[in-house]
Ligand binder design. Structure first.
Ligand code: N01
Length: 538
């Protein structure tokens, strides 16, 4: 038996990014006293920490936004089809001001430990500054890609120049003019950074281990008429995105690539390539993520584009992925990425055939060659989905630590929202939630949690916690969905952080649900319709 002890807040939310703002707005709206804390000094979450040169959205502005606030929709103006990081940060700050969220957000508060007090049915949260706060509900909005990782390369601490990780870029920026710069890491972050760094650096060495299939965006300015159209159609746009597997406001492709003639296929690929970005990934054919043969046809089209754009044939060949096919890894978008390799100051270094042997005092050694550098940029990614949740101690019932539970039992949750053993603890974008254009599931998730907590209040339900059976059900469904994709079938080179491959010792598990955002939302609706039975462990 427990007696509810008094608390400082009904809900304490960790993280003041997209998730934290949506949660604060919706939980407060439901009459719950809600408080948001964030370790950094600014609102923005991932958009605060990812301040690297070239950072911008991979999604188009009209669906990379919330739809819930009429005021924000009417008053905010986007200026670019793929907004810069700076513009997204301004958008989030605008939301914080316009919805009067700031008064419930406390910055510079790094959580060191959060523990469930079973007797008092409350969460006790300790901060690095020695302070403590209590709440009935603890909600993580800590982000899916917020825990940066560095590669395990010998000598990494011995470099005499300066090093930066893309996710810890100095807020004041870095002047790279006149500098010899090297970059390690060519995922979505590196691919956005390369063209911008190339314009600044004197000499720029791009150390490539695995090439990616980069879809160019053809970014453009957003005029007043376009913006007005979006304002007039916000609800439809959001609904379209919510009905799409990847949360984008795009058409479903009806046909398999294998059903089209070679001419038709080429024409479809070409037209969607011109439209740019994820239109190519999502709108050409319906099986580019699930059928190796179809995915390989798209791969070959992109290889032909690389060979067309990149003037030096040897460089072009190095940039062509050959070990896995399109969609085998998360598709990155480019802003003149391939063109950049035509610049005289940009040098592509193949570190697949000869891996980086060490970082020296002077630079990077690859086999017998030492590249002298002033600056090394690490765009080496994140301990994705779970990293933020496992670096602090989140302690549930009977002293169970979340990190240890996942180490022992493997990654488990009910719909990525709740974990067995952790009553009244919820995750926005927890592991095993769909990977998609994220504002869509964030908004829908915050609204779902609002309804759940209102229901708990109205029905006097003191504790909400995933049942063990629901975790097994969701694990099986996550595995089934993941195994149906080329991400799984393409082998070790594919998958990357989606499977935990990028963090030594993390163990292979689908970090995200690949069955589609709309399918996931349907499961959430079912749970609600059935009275949240799988969330009631008592
Ligand atoms: O990280 P990554 P990221 N030697 O893990 C390389 C999201 N995102 O920050 O492939 C040489 O994808 C590694 O090489 P390899 C998006 O979801 C979104 O770029 O393992 N290289 C790889 O190239 C994305 O998927 C946006 O061979 C080494 C790179 O480091 C996710 O964040 C923008 C190495 C890591 O790539 C992560 O993207 C940016 C070594 N020893 C990011 N060790 C937007 O939507 C590692 N690498 C705007």
């Amino acid at each position: 038996m427990s007696t509810d002890l008094p608390v400082d807040h009904d809900a304490l939310v960790i993280g003041a990014g997209f998730s934290g703002l949506a949660l604060l707005h919706h939980l407060r709206e439901a009459g719950l006293s809600t408080h948001v804390v964030d370790a950094t000094d600014g609102i923005g979450g991932t958009w605060w920490i990812n301040n690297y040169p070239g950072v911008r959205t991979d999604s188009e502005f009209h669906y990379y936004s919330f739809s819930f606030s009429k005021e924000v929709r009417e008053e905010w103006t986007w200026t670019e089809r793929y907004p810069s990081g700076k513009e997204v940060l301004a958008y989030l700050n605008f939301i914080a001001d316009r919805l009067d969220l700031r008064k419930d957000i406390e910055l510079g508060m790094r959580v060191s430990r959060a523990a469930y007090d079973e007797a008092g049915n409350r969460w006790v949260v300790d901060f690095e500054d020695g302070s403590r706060q209590t709440a009935r509900y603890l909600v993580s909005g800590m982000g899916v890609l917020s825990q940066p990782i560095l590669p395990d390369i010998p000598g990494i601490d011995g470099f005499a120049g300066t090093t930066y990780h893309t996710a810890a870029w100095p807020r004041e920026g870095v002047d790279l003019r006149g500098k010899r710069v090297g970059i390690i890491g060519l995922g979505a972050s590196g691919i956005q950074a390369v063209p911008v760094i190339a314009e600044q650096a004197e000499e720029f060495y791009v150390f490539q281990r695995t090439p990616n299939y980069v879809v160019e965006t053809n970014n453009e300015k957003v005029g007043a008429e376009w913006m007005q159209y979006v304002r007039d159609h916000y609800d439809e746009i959001f609904e379209q995105a919510a009905a799409h597997p990847f949360g984008v406001a795009m058409e479903y492709a009806e046909k398999s690539a294998l059903e089209a003639s070679p001419e038709e296929r080429r024409a479809v690929f070409e037209s969607k390539w011109q439209e740019g970005g994820f239109h190519f990934a999502n709108e050409c054919f319906n099986d580019l993520a699930t059928n190796h043969e179809s995915s390989e046809l798209a791969s070959e089209f992109i290889r032909s584009k690389i060979r067309e754009i990149v003037e030096d044939p040897a460089t072009a060949e190095l940039l062509c992925p050959k070990d896995y096919s399109f969609n085998g890894k998360r598709v990155p978008t480019g802003h003149h990425y391939y063109d950049t390799f035509n610049r005289a100051n940009v040098h592509l270094v193949d570190v697949k055939s000869t891996p980086i042997s060490e970082i020296t005092e002077r630079g990077i050694r690859v086999g017998g060659t030492e590249y002298d550098l002033d600056v090394i940029v690490f765009a080496t990614g994140f301990d994705a989905m779970t990293g933020t949740l496992t670096t602090i101690d989140i302690v549930g019932r009977d002293g169970l630590v979340l990190r240890e539970k996942w180490e022992r039992e493997g990654l488990r949750s009910n719909l990525g929202i709740s974990v067995h053993g952790f009553p009244n603890f919820f995750m926005s974008l927890g592991p095993q939630t769909p990977y998609s254009n994220l504002p869509v599931p964030i908004q829908l998730g915050a609204q779902w949690l609002q309804r759940l907590l209102v229901w708990a209040r109205e029905n006097d339900v003191p504790r909400i916690e995933a049942t063990a059976a629901s975790e097994q059900w969701w694990l099986d469904e996550t595995n089934r969905a993941g195994e149906a994709t080329v991400m799984c079938s393409e082998g070790e080179k594919a998958g990357a952080w989606f499977l935990g491959h990028n963090v030594p010792g993390k163990g292979r598990a689908f970090q995200v649900y690949m069955g589609g955002g709309q399918v996931y939302q349907e499961y959430c609706r079912q749970v609600e319709a059935e009275g949240y039975a799988s969330f009631l462990n008592d």
